[in-house]
Design a binder for this molecule. Structure first.
Ligand SMILES: [Zn+2]
Length: 118
């Protein structure tokens, strides 16, 4: 699956973004947060992610090693994206694929990641 441009948003629409991303790398993780929130994630370099609305509308949640900024909308509570760093220090955007417009989730087969063991 090639990289494509998508738009995404939280539920209420306060937080909106554009992103270039390849959804072939989508994952589902079983860590304590992902299992409760039901995320499907896909990742892309942070410079391919543009927050177009809602910079002041998000709050940040961190847990475990505090290396990922989980950004959720303070109005509707939906976490449409997160930001973090790869082991080499490069910035990465984690995109909640469920928040992207026009994605047929039945066509995705997210790889299972055992985040609970990390
Ligand atoms: Zn919202």
């Amino acid at each position: 699956m090639p990289e494509s441009r998508y738009s995404g948003s939280c539920h209420c629409g306060a937080v909106r973004y554009e992103v270039d991303i390849d959804l072939a790398g989508a994952i589902e993780c079983n860590c304590s947060l992902c299992s409760k929130r039901g995320f499907i994630w896909s990742f892309t370099p942070a410079d391919k992610f543009t927050l177009t609305d809602g910079a002041q509308a998000t709050r940040t949640y961190k847990f475990n090693k505090h290396v990922i900024d989980h950004r959720f909308c303070e109005t509707c509570g939906v976490e449409a994206y997160a930001l973090g760093s790869m082991p080499d220090g490069s910035r990465v955007a984690a995109i909640n694929v469920r928040c992207l417009d026009g994605v047929d989730l039945t066509q995705l087969q997210p790889r299972k990641v055992d985040g609970a063991s990390l």
